[in-house]
Design a protein around this ligand. Structure first.
Ligand code: GDP
Ligand code: IMO
Ligand code: MG
Length: 436
C-alpha cells in the first residue's frame, strides 16, 4: 500500500484540518510529518469547533491511529494542553496518539530565543508565531537537540539544563529581558513547570519508532494519510525566503518526516483557498489593501488560528499555485472557502506577474525584494449564498466557470469544493479517488 499526502499549496491556513477530518473515514492512520505548534488546524462538526496544533486532525475518529512523526517538533506544555482540551470535550486523544521517539522537543528557552531573535530584527521581523520553531530546528540541524526518546534517559534533566544554559547564554547577547516575557501567558519559571508536567504526560503516551510503525502499517495494507502543516509558499527551500517557516512543507518533507521512501507516496492532494491569505510578514503579490480585502477577512473570518492575528487577504494567485503544484506533484486539487467569495460581483485571478515591465509565469528568486505587478483576468462572481448547497449539480454556473478557469491554467482537476467550515459543507466534483 502507498501513503497519500494532503498539502497546503499557499501560505498556510488553506483548511487542511477540515479536509483531513473529512477524509479520515477513508484511512486507517493520519500522520503529521513536519512543523510544530505554529500550525493551527480547525475542525468543525456538530456545532463544535476544535483547533489542533500538534495532534493530527484524524483524532476525532475513535478507531483511527494518529501519528506524530519524527519530522514534527513538540512543545510538551502545548501538547499536554491540547490533550486536556480534547478530554474536556470527551475525546480521549492519548488513546490513539502515537509519537515518534525521534521527534525533537521545543524547550521553553527555544521560545525565548525565538522572541529574542524576532525582536532584534525590528522592521525586518518574519512575523513568527513565536512557538520556538526556528531555534528548535536550528538545534536539530546543529546536532544539539533533545528528542522525545531522551525523556526516559537517567540524565534527561542534566541534558535539559545544559541546553537551557547554552540558550540563556545566547539570549544574553540580545537586547532582550526575558524576566518579564510571558510565554503563552506565563512567566518563564511557570511555563517551565508546565513543560515538565507535559513531559510526564508524554511518558504515558504511546512512543514509537515511527519509521518502522508506518512502514509496517503500509506493508499490512493499512491506508495512511500524511497531513501537511503550513503551506508550500512557506517552505524553507522554495518559499519566499527568509519569510518562511523552518521545515520542508512540500511533498519531500513526507519522506524525511516519516521515514518512507518516495516510492511509497501515492496520491498527492493539494488544497488551496479560492483566494489567498498570509499571516505574518513577507511578499504577497496579490494582496489587497482596500475594501475587497477587508470583506474577504470579515466574511472568511480570516484571523490566525494560532495567534489570532488578522490575516492579509488577496486574489487567487495562479503563478504561485502552479509553482506549488509543480513542487509537490499534485494529482487532485481541493478548493476551499468558495462561499467567502459569494458577496463579490466580480472576481480577479492573477495569471502572470510583471516584473520590470516583463511578463513572467514563474515565481522569481527574489520575490521578497522585487516589485511584482500581478496581471489579472476578471471573471463574473456568482453573487449568491452557496453555503447551504448539498449537491455539486446545484452550484452556480459562474462558480463552475471560476473552477474551470483555474483548471485550464494549472491542468489539474479540482475534486472538492468547500462551501463552509463544517464537515458537511463539502462538495465532491467529478471522478475522484476520494471516497467522500
Ligand atoms: P489549516 O491551518 O489549513 O487547517 O486552516 P485553519 O484552520 O488555520 O484556517 C481555515 C479556517 O477556515 C478555519 O477557521 C476553518 O474553520 C475555516 N474553513 C475551512 N473551510 C472553509 C470553507 O469552505 N468556508 C469557510 N467559510 N470557512 C472554512
Ligand atoms: P498552518 O498549519 C499560516 C507563518 C508565520 C510566519 C512564518 C514563520 O495552520 O497552515 P514560524 O512560527 O514557523 O517561525 O513562522 O510562517 N506560519 C504560518 N502561517 N499557517 C501556518 O500553519 C503557519 N505556520 C507558520 O505566520 O509568517
Ligand atoms: Mg492554520
Amino acid at each position: 500500500m502507498k501513503l497519500d499526502v494532503l498539502l497546503g499549496l499557499q501560505w498556510g491556513d488553506e483548511g487542511k484540518g477540515k479536509i483531513v477530518d473529512v477524509l479520515t473515514a477513508n484511512y486507517d492512520m493520519v500522520a503529521r510529518f513536519q512543523g510544530g505548534p505554529n500550525a493551527g488546524h480547525t475542525i468543525e462538526f456538530d456545532e463544535q469547533k476544535f483547533i489542533l496544533h500538534t495532534i493530527p486532525s484524524g483524532i476525532f475518529d475513535p478507531v483511527k491511529v494518529n501519528v506524530i512523526g519524527n519530522g514534527v517538533i513538540i512543545d510538551a506544555a502545548i501538547l499536554d494542553q491540547e490533550i486536556k482540551g480534547l478530554k474536556e470535550k470527551g475525546i480521549n486523544a492519548s488513546e490513539n496518539l502515537h509519537i515518534s521517539r525521534k521527534a525533537h522537543l521545543i524547550l521553553p528557552t527555544h521560545r525565548l530565543l525565538d522572541a529574542a531573535c524576532e525582536t532584534s530584527k525590528g522592521k525586518l521581523k518574519i512575523g513568527s508565531t513565536l512557538k520556538g520553531i526556528s531555534p528548535t530546528y536550528m538545534d536539530k540541524i546543529g546536532r544539539n537537540g533533545l528528542r522525545i526518546g531522551d525523556i526516559f534517559s537517567e540524565n534527561f534533566r542534566e541534558k535539559y539544563n545544559k541546553l537551557k544554559d547554552s540558550h540563556l547564554k545566547t539570549i544574553s547577547f540580545y537586547d532582550f529581558d526575558y524576566a518579564d516575557y510571558k510565554i503563552d501567558g506565563s512567566l518563564f519559571d511557570e511555563y517551565e513547570q508546565k513543560w515538565f508536567e507535559g513531559i510526564e504526560k508524554i511518558k504515558s503516551c504511546k512512543l514509537i519508532n515511527s519509521e518502522y510503525y508506518v512502514n509496517n502499517a503500509l506493508a499490512a495494507n493499512k491506508r495512511i494519510l500524511a497531513e501537511g502543516a503550513q503551506g508550500s509558499m512557506l517552505d524553507i527551500d522554495f518559499g519566499s525566503y527568509p519569510f518562511v517557516t523552518s521545515s520542508n512543507t512540500i511533498n519531500s518533507g513526507v519522506c524525511s518526516g516519516l521515514g518512507v521512501s518516495p516510492h511509497k507516496v501515492g496520491k498527492v492532494y493539494g488544497i488551496f483557498k479560492a483566494y489567498c491569505t498570509r499571516v505574518g510578514a513577507g511578499p504577497f503579490p496579490t494582496e489587497l489593501h482596500d475594501e475587497d480585502g477587508e470583506r474577504m477577512r470579515d466574511v472568511g473570518r480570516e484571523y490566525g488560528s494560532t495567534t489570532g492575528r488578522p490575516r492579509r487577504c488577496g486574489w487567487l494567485d495562479l503563478v504561485a499555485l502552479k509553482y506549488s503544484i509543480m513542487l509537490n506533484g499534485v494529482d487532485e486539487l481541493m478548493m476551499m472557502k468558495a462561499d467567502v467569495l459569494s458577496p463579490f460581483e466580480e472576481l480577479k485571478i492573477c495569471t502572470a506577474y510583471r516584473i520590470d515591465g516583463k511578463k513572467t509565469n514563474e515565481v522569481p528568486f527574489d520575490l521578497s525584494t522585487r516589485e511584482i505587478v500581478p496581471e489579472y483576468t476578471t471573471l463574473r462572481g456568482w453573487n449568491e449564498d452557496i453555503s447551504g448547497l448539498e449537491d455539486i449539480d446545484g452550484i452556480p454556473k459562474e462558480l463552475n466557470h471560476y473552477v474551470e478557469f483555474i483548471e485550464s491554467v494549472v491542468n489539474i482537476p479540482v475534486r472538492i469544493i468547500s462551501i463552509g467550515p463544517d464537515r458537511k459543507q463539502t462538495l465532491r466534483r467529478g471522478e475522484t479517488s476520494l471516497n467522500l
